[in-house]
Write a protein that binds this ligand. Structure first.
Ligand SMILES: Cc1ncc(COP(=O)(O)O)c(C=O)c1O
Length: 410
């Protein structure tokens, strides 16, 4: 059921721009799991897209100091000069990309940055190429903005990565953007230099196509994976690329709502027009906190990375030990995206046939009391996503229940 039909039932006629947007399966599962928990069932939720760590203390102190200094008023429209400077310094220090302050924008989360960028650039019918599996918001935002998401399946055999031939075939004269996310939510797959190069070579041949990259999980990579952002690899694309990042995942600051991007001045200016009529500016206190996050000590990132890696290894090994489940080892983020094709067609003890990955995740919720998200929610089946941003003890318990539930399938 789409949001539109649901709202219309309540006697309100919604705008056509939301007509095709579905109620997120992630939210549906979360709501169901929470209701089961309220009923006293011991449900473990492995659906959350946020680190279980706390925001670092120095960041919290910086926010408190900002409040005490009276920094509680509207700020400059698309970011304080202090935060823009910290962001430009971060891009140079960590990515080797030099953005001037008027090439930097700050929004209320990377989600608003995406929204501003598409609102500011897409006309009805413009196409946005999105490799699947993809973070659900990408296609929904494109549709709300009147664009057409062009979804390209990239399964586990392709390492969940877009190939140059697929990209070239998908480009039409209506293509406005290609949107890449590395490391990826939901697959955890990341593009190294060798994966990006052929894609960037294709883009060089199509000057009307712009590149949007979402580097949100940059700091959560494993096994010595060398993170790289496309504009650093191909400076010729800088004039038509938007590099998105944020403090939510690396600094465990999801609730502070600060995301940012670097891009060409004209696009950044157009994005500010959208922001000016949406939020006026990001939160002043959160911006002060983000200055400290980016300029302050970074050593804790490594410790957190190691903790995430232990959990990744635990989850991948436990999943691969279950007959019928096949889990690729992700390079980054805090998600596994395991194939459950080997369980499709099996029967539950209650006699129901598992026909889809959503049937499988429903079964896991009912029988194993573990909430995970089906691949269909991210545009690729039959898979399911586990977010392992939770304690090792809870992960072990959840994986044990998943294995027991799978063993009951006939
Ligand atoms: C790939 C990706 N990009 C962007 C975001 C949005 O982050 P923010 O909290 O900055 O809006 C998320 C959040 O889940 C994400 O997974």
């Amino acid at each position: 059921m789409t949001i539109a039909t649901k709202i219309e039932e309540a006697g309100f006629k919604p705008a056509s721009r939301i007509a095709s947007i579905g109620v997120s399966k992630i939210l549906q599962i979360g709501a169901r799991a929470a209701a089961m928990k309220r009923d006293g069932l011991p449900v473990i939720i492995l659906g959350a897209g946020e680190p279980d760590f706390d925001t670092p203390d120095n960041v919290k102190q910086a926010a408190k100091a900002a409040i005490d200094r009276g920094e509680t008023k509207y700020t400059a429209l698309d970011g304080t000069p202090e935060l823009k400077k910290a962001i430009a310094a971060k891009f140079l220090r960590e990515n080797g990309v030099d953005y001037a302050l008027d090439e930097v924008t700050v929004g209320t989360g990377a989600k608003q940055i995406l929204f501003n960028a598409f609102m500011a650039s897409i006309n009805p019918g413009d196409e946005v190429i999105i490799p699947t599996p993809y973070w659900t918001s990408y296609s929904d935002i494109v549709e709300i903005c009147g664009g057409v998401p062009v979804l390209i399946p990239c399964d586990a055999t392709a390492g969940f990565r877009l190939k140059a031939e697929q990209l070239e075939q998908a480009i039409t004269e209506k293509t406005r953007w290609v949107l890449l996310n590395s490391p990826s939510n939901p697959s955890g797959a990341a593009y190294g230099e060798a994966d990006y190069r052929p894609l960037l070579d294709v883009l060089l041949r199509y000057p009307h196509v712009w590149l949007m990259v979402d580097d949100m999980y940059e700091h959560i990579v494993y096994d010595g994976f060398s993170f790289v952002t496309p504009v650093a690899l191909e400076p010729k694309l800088k004039a038509r690329a938007l590099t998105i990042n944020g403090v939510s995942k690396a600094y465990a600051m999801t609730g502070w709502r600060i995301g940012y991007a670097g891009g060409p001045k004209a696009l950044i200016k157009a994005m500010a027009v959208i922001q000016s009529q949406a939020t006026s500016c990001p939160s002043s206190v959160s911006q002060a906190a983000s200055v400290e996050a980016l300029n302050g000590p970074q050593d804790f990132l490594k410790e957190r990375q190691e903790s995430f890696k232990r959990r990744r290894d635990l989850v991948v090994a436990a999943l691969n030990a279950i007959p019928g489940i096949d889990c690729r080892t992700p390079e980054g983020a805090f998600y596994t995206f395991a194939g459950c094709g080997g369980l499709i067609g099996r029967k539950t003890p209650a006699g129901r046939t598992i026909e889809t990955d959503a049937d499988f995740t429903d079964y896991l919720l009912e029988v194993a009391h573990v909430a995970v998200v089906p691949g269909s929610a991210f545009g690729l089946s039959p898979y399911f996503r586990i977010s392992y941003a939770t304690s090792e003890a809870e992960l072990k318990e959840a994986l044990k229940h998943i294995a027991e539930a799978c063993a009951k399938l006939a």
